[in-house]
Design a protein around this ligand. Structure first.
Ligand code: N01
Length: 530
C-alpha cells in the first residue's frame, strides 16, 4: 500500500504548526491541510475589533525553543490578535513550515482502511492523501455558531460574525450597528464598535461577568526580567491547574471574614484578568463563596453603570465562573455612552430579523449592520464537520451522538491512528492553550516514535480505558459548580447538542501525570497492532 505521508495534520494553528515541526524533527513526513489562506488558526479568523488573548502574552507563547522565546518581543500585557498572528507567522517563517502546508484546502472526509491500517483524507480540492496517521489540530472554538433566527437571510445590510471577521476590517463610522450576544467576543468588541458607530444596540440574552484587563504596554525592563527567568516561570506554570503562572490561593472564602474577603477581591480586581477566580480556593466549589465573589462584581457594575435600570439588566444572575469569565477594557463604562442601547432579550427572544434590523420585544430596531457575537459550536463542532469514518465505516458523528467520548481527549475507540490535539476530554479550554497544545504534540510525537521503533502499524484506545477516562472526566466535573449552568462547556449554546461537560477540569498537572503514567506503562489503555 503506497503511503503519501506518515501523517496528515488538519489545521495550521498553533497545534498544527508545532505538530509539523516535531514530526519533521523525528524524520516523519507530514502534510498540513488548512482551510484558511495562512497560519494562525483562531487568530487567523477572529479579527474582530478588540480581539486579544486573555492570557498574558509572556505566558501565551511556545516554550519548545529557548531561542524563539528569547527573540520574540511581546509589546502588551495582553497581546492583540494582529500581534499574535504576527507571532504565528514568525514561527512559520523561522521553521520554514509553509513548504509542508496546503492552504485554502478544506478537509471533507477521512476514512480508515482496516486492512492496511491507513487513513485516506479527502479535500474540497479533490485531493486523496493516504497517511498512516491523521492528527486533528482544528481548535476548540473554531466552528462559528450562527443561530437560526428567523429572517436572518433577509437582512439587507452586511452581517458579520466575530469568529469569521473580514480580513480588511470593518469601519463602523457613522453606522447604526446591532450586536447579538454578550460573551467574550462581544465584551471585547463592543467598547471599540461603540466608539466608531453612530449608534450601537446590544441584544443581551444572558448578562455576563467580566473583570478589567488593565492592559498596558509592557515595560522592556519587565520583559527582560521575564526572559531571564523563563524556565522557572514555565516550570511554575506547569504546577498550576490552568497552566498559567499566577499566585494560587491558599485560603477558602468560606473561612475568611467579609472585610478581608472583599479586600482580596479588590486586590485581584485591581490586578485584573482571569486570576480573579483564584482569589480563594473555593469559589467554584462552595455556593456561598461563589456568591461573595459574584456580589463583589455586581457591586462594581452598580458603581460603574450610571443608569440603575441598565445596571440591573447588565447584572448577571448566574454564578460567577460557570460560563467562561470574560476580561475587558471598558465594557460596562460603554453603557454610559449616549450612543449605546441595551436590549434585554432574556425572557423574550429576538422575534425575527427584518430586512432593516432586529424585531425584539414588539419593537423594530433598525440598523445598518448586524454583528453576530454568538460564539462557537465548541470542542466538537470543527471535528464533526469533517466526515470521519473509523473501523467498519462508522462515523464519528454517530459514535458521538450522545456526546464526545475519548481516551485522554486524544484518541477514540474505533478510530485507530487518529489523534486529536486538545480534543474533548482534555484540559484544553480550561487552561493556557499553548502549553496544553505542546504537551499533546509531545505526547503524540513520542508515541509515534515508540510505535515506529516497535514496528506497530495501528494504535487504538481500548473500550475499558475510554470508559474509565470518561467516567473520571464526568466525576471531577460534577464536583465543581462549573458544570451546572448553560454554557458552551456543556454544549448548551447549540440547540440539540448533547449536554456533556466536555473539557477535563482536573487540571493540567494531574492530566500530565496521567499521560506520563500511560507512557511509563507502555501505552496502557491502548491496543497496539504490528
Ligand atoms: O461566544 P459565547 P464568544 N439569541 O458563546 C449569545 C473564547 N474567546 O465568541 O449566553 C441571542 O461566549 C449568547 O447568549 P447565551 C472564550 O473561551 C476568548 O463570545 O447563550 N443571543 C452569548 O451571550 C469564550 O468563552 C477570547 O444566553 C444569542 C453570546 O451569544 C469563547 O471563545 C475572546 C443567541 C455567545 O457568547 C466563546 O466566546 C473571545 C441567540 N439565538 C472568545 N445565540 C479571549 O479573550 C447565542 N447568543 C482569549
Amino acid at each position: 500500500m503506497k503511503i503519501d505521508f506518515d501523517a496528515v495534520i488538519i489545521g495550521a494553528g498553533f497545534g498544527g504548526m508545532y505538530m509539523l515541526h516535531r514530526l519533521r524533527g523525528e524524520g516523519f513526513s507530514a502534510r498540513v491541510l488548512e482551510a484558511g489562506k495562512g497560519v494562525g488558526g483562531t487568530w487567523y479568523w477572529n479579527r474582530y475589533p478588540g480581539a486579544r488573548c486573555d492570557v498574558e502574552s509572556v505566558q501565551y507563547s511556545y516554550q519548545f525553543s529557548k531561542e524563539l522565546e528569547q527573540e520574540w518581543e511581546w509589546t502588551e500585557r495582553y497581546a492583540t490578535q494582529p500581534e499574535i498572528l504576527r507571532y504565528a507567522n514568525h514561527v512559520a517563517d523561522r521553521y520554514d513550515l509553509r513548504r509542508d502546508m496546503r492552504f485554502e484546502t478544506l478537509v471533507t472526509r477521512a476514512t480508515f482502511d482496516d486492512t492496511n491500517n491507513v487513513w485516506t483524507v479527502e479535500t474540497d480540492k479533490g485531493d486523496r492523501l493516504v497517511a498512516r496517521y491523521v492528527i486533528t489540530a482544528m481548535g476548540c472554538l473554531s466552528s462559528p455558531n450562527t443561530p437560526k433566527i428567523e429572517g436572518l437571510a433577509d437582512f439587507k445590510g452586511p452581517t458579520y460574525h466575530t469568529g469569521n471577521w473580514p480580513h480588511e476590517g470593518v469601519d463602523f463610522t457613522g453606522k447604526t450597528v446591532g450586536v447579538i450576544g454578550t460573551g467574550s467576543s462581544a465584551i471585547q468588541s463592543i467598547p471599540i464598535m461603540a466608539q466608531q458607530a453612530k449608534h450601537l444596540t446590544v441584544f443581551q440574552r444572558t448578562a455576563n461577568y467580566t473583570i478589567p484587563a488593565h492592559n498596558r504596554k509592557l515595560d522592556p525592563a519587565y520583559v527582560k526580567q521575564v526572559k531571564a527567568a523563563y524556565p522557572e516561570m514555565r516550570r511554575r506554570a506547569k504546577t498550576k491547574p490552568a497552566g498559567i503562572d499566577f499566585d494560587m490561593p491558599t485560603q477558602a472564602a468560606a473561612d475568611t471574614p467579609e472585610a478581608e474577603r472583599n479586600a482580596k477581591f479588590q486586590e485581584r480586581w485591581d490586578y485584573g484578568g482571569l486570576g480573579f477566580m483564584a482569589s480563594f480556593t473555593d469559589l467554584l466549589l462552595n455556593d456561598d463563596s461563589n456568591k461573595a465573589a459574584a456580589d463583589f462584581v455586581k457591586s462594581k457594575i452598580r458603581e460603574i453603570v450610571k443608569d440603575p435600570v441598565t445596571a440591573e439588566v447588565l447584572t448577571p444572575r448566574n454564578i460567577i465562573g460557570c460560563k467562561r469569565l470574560c476580561v475587558d477594557s471598558g465594557y460596562w463604562e460603554t453603557f454610559n455612552r449616549p450612543n449605546v442601547t441595551l436590549v434585554d432579550i432574556r425572557d423574550e427572544p429576538i422575534e425575527r430579523i427584518t430586512p432593516t434590523g432586529v424585531r425584539a420585544k414588539g419593537k423594530d430596531f433598525d440598523v445598518d449592520c448586524l454583528v453576530l457575537a454568538t460564539g462557537f459550536d465548541a470542542m466538537t463542532g470543527a471535528l464533526l464537520k469533517v466526515d470521519i469514518r473509523g473501523r467498519g465505516g462508522v462515523a464519528l458523528r454517530d459514535r458521538w451522538n450522545e456526546g464526545p467520548k475519548t481516551y485522554l481527549g486524544l484518541t477514540v475507540v474505533g478510530f485507530p491512528n487518529l489523534f486529536m490535539i486538545t480534543g474533548p476530554g482534555s484540559p484544553s479550554v480550561l487552561t493556557n492553550m499553548l502549553p496544553s497544545i505542546e504537551q499533546h504534540v509531545d505526547f503524540i510525537t513520542d508515541c509515534l516514535v515508540a510505535l515506529r521503533a516497535k514496528g506497530v502499524t495501528a494504535i487504538e484506545a481500548v473500550d475499558a480505558a475510554q470508559e474509565e477516562w470518561i467516567g473520571h472526566v464526568g466525576s471531577v466535573a460534577d464536583i465543581t459548580l462549573r458544570s451546572t449552568c448553560s454554557s458552551w462547556y456543556v454544549g448548551a449554546n447549540i440547540p440539540g447538542k448533547p449536554r456533556v461537560f466536555m473539557p477535563y477540569i482536573g487540571g493540567l498537572p494531574r492530566y500530565i501525570e496521567r499521560c506520563e503514567a500511560v507512557v511509563a506503562e507502555g501505552y496502557s489503555g491502548f491496543a497496539l497492532t504490528s
